[in-house]
Design a protein around this ligand. Structure first.
Ligand code: FES
Length: 404
C-alpha cells in the first residue's frame, strides 16, 4: 500500500553488497540461494552514485559486505568517496584478501571499522565450515586490525556444529584482544535455511552457550563486550525485522537491485527495482516493493488486532513466507500465529539426530546454479523452491558470478 511520503523515515543504514564473489562457501550464508542469477556488478562510478544519493537522503551508516568485499580492487576508492561524503564505514569481511598494503590504504581512505568473521576456534572446524584453509590467515588479519588501531570486532555465527566450542571461541577472542564479540546464532534464511536441520542447535546446547557467555561477561566486563544473539526459533515473540520494512535499512545488491532486507527478492509478486533504472530516492519512497509492508495496513489477523503489533510489526515477512507460503501471515515465531507449530516441529526435530544426517550444502556458484536448474525441472521441495526468486535464471558466466 502506498504511504504518504511525509510519514516515511529516510534510510539511515545503507548496506552495499558490493560483490557476490566469495572465496568462502559458508553453510549459513545469507546471500540469496539463487545469487548466481546475478550477471554483473555495479561499476565503481555506479556505486559512488548510489553512495551520493543515499547520503543525500540521510543515510549515515554504510556497511560494505558481500560476498567478500576485499575482492573488489576498487574498494579503497569506494571507501574514500564514502568517507568524503561523511558516512561511518564498516567493512564486513572474512579477511581474505587483506594485506598490510591494503589495510594501510583503507585506513588512509577513511575506513572506520572492520568486522572480522570466524567460523570456529580450531583450524579444522573453521576450515571445514567455510570450505577453505583460512584459519591462520584470519589470525594474521586480526593482528593487522590491531596494528592499524581499529577496534577489534569479531563475529562468529553459531550453530549446532560449533556452539559447543563457545568457551574455546571466547578464549581465542580474548587472546586476540577482541573488544567486541558478536555471537550470532544462525538465523534461518537462504543457505542457513537449506541446512536448517543440520544447523539448528538443541535447547540444551543453547542454554550451555548462554551460561558460558555470562561467565566470560562477568569476568571481562567492558574489556571484551559480548553480544549473544538467540535464534528466532527459540522465541515466542517475533523480532521487529529490519526495524520495520523500508523504515531505516536499505540493501543494494551487487547488481544494483535494491531490497528492504537481504533476502526479500524471493518474495513472489513483488518487483524490486535496480539503481540502474531508477533513483534510490524513488525506490525508497515510491516503489511498490518498498511500500508493500510499510506500516500496518497490510496486516491480517492475528496481527491486525494484536496489542503488540506496534512492537514487532508482525515479525519477519520473509520468515512468514518461507514457513507459510504467504508473506502477509504473522511470523510463525509468534505463538499467536496459526503456523507456530512449524517452529515447534523444527525445534523438536533438532533434538533427534536422524534429522541432521543429510549432507550439508555449501554456498558455491555451482550449487546456486544447480538449485535454479532443479527448481525449473520441478525437482525441488516446495519449502526449498520458496528460497528462490520465481524466475531467476543462472548468469551465463559460468566461471564466476558478477565480474565487473
Ligand atoms: Fe526479509 Fe525479515 S528478512 S523481512
Amino acid at each position: 500500500m502506498k504511504q504518504n511520503n511525509s510519514k516515511i523515515n529516510p534510510p539511515l543504514w545503507l548496506l552495499a553488497e558490493i560483490t557476490y564473489r566469495c572465496p568462502l562457501s559458508c553453510v549459513f550464508c545469507y546471500n540469496p540461494v539463487d545469487y548466481a542469477k546475478q550477471h554483473s556488478e555495479l561499476t565503481t562510478s555506479e556505486w559512488i552514485k548510489v553512495l551520493r544519493e543515499g547520503r543525500k537522503m540521510g543515510a549515515a551508516q554504510l556497511g560494505l559486505s558481500g560476498g567478500e568485499p576485499l575482492l573488489r580492487n576498487d574498494l579503497e576508492e569506494i571507501v574514500s568517496e564514502a568517507h568524503k561524503l561523511g558516512y561511518y564505514i564498516n567493512l564486513i569481511t572474512s579477511g581474505i584478501g587483506m594485506t598490510e598494503k591494503r589495510i594501510k590504504a583503507l585506513k588512509k581512505a577513511g575506513l572506520d571499522h572492520i568486522q572480522l568473521s570466524f567460523q570456529d576456534s580450531t583450524k579444522e572446524m573453521n576450515d571445514f565450515l567455510s570450505s577453505t584453509k583460512t584459519f591462520d590467515l584470519k589470525k594474521r588479519v586480526a593482528n593487522l586490525i590491531k596494528k592499524y588501531d581499529y577496534p577489534m570486532v569479531l563475529n562468529c555465527v553459531l550453530h549446532r556444529l560449533n556452539i559447543d566450542h563457545i568457551e574455546e571461541i571466547l578464549k581465542m577472542a580474548e587472546s586476540m584482544g577482541a573488544e567486541f564479540v558478536e555471537l550470532a546464532n544462525t538465523q534461518f534464511y537462504s543457505w542457513g535455511m537449506l541446512n536448517r536441520d543440520q544447523l539448528l542447535p538443541t535447547e540444551k546446547q543453547l542454554k550451555n552457550a548462554e551460561k558460558i557467555t555470562h561467565k566470560f561477561r562477568d569476568r571481562l566486563g567492558n574489556k571484551m563486550k559480548l553480544f549473544f544473539i538467540m535464534p528466532d526459533y527459540y522465541s515466542v515473540r517475533p523480532k521487529k525485522c529490519m526495524n520495520g520494512w523500508g523504515n531505516v535499512f536499505v540493501t543494494v545488491q551487487a547488481d544494483g537491485t535494491v531490497l528492504p532486507c537481504h533476502v526479500a527478492s524471493m518474495l513472489p509478486g513483488i518487483e524490486f527495482e535496480s539503481v540502474k533504472n531508477k533513483s534510490l530516492n524513488w525506490i525508497w519512497y515510491e516503489s511498490p516493493g518498498f511500500n508493500k509492508f510499510r506500516g500496518d495496513d497490510w496486516m491480517k489477523e492475528p496481527c491486525r488486532s494484536c496489542p503488540e503489533k506496534e512492537n514487532d510489526l508482525g515479525g519477519c515477512r520473509c520468515q512468514a513466507f518461507m514457513l507459510t507460503g504467504d508473506a502477509n501471515e504473522a511470523d510463525p515465531v509468534c505463538d499467536k500465529s496459526p503456523y507456530h507449530h512449524k517452529i515447534n516441529e523444527a525445534v523438536i526435530a533438532s533434538q533427534k539426530p536422524k534429522n541432521f544426517e543429510k549432507p550439508i550444502v555449501f554456498r558455491t556458484d555451482k550449487d546456486s546454479r544447480e538449485i535454479m536448474h532443479k527448481r525449473d525441472k520441478g525437482q525441488l521441495e516446495l519449502k526449498t523452491s520458496r528460497l528462490l526468486e520465481k524466475h531467476s535464471k543462472p548468469s551465463k558466466n559460468k566461471s564466476r558470478v558478477g565480474v565487473v
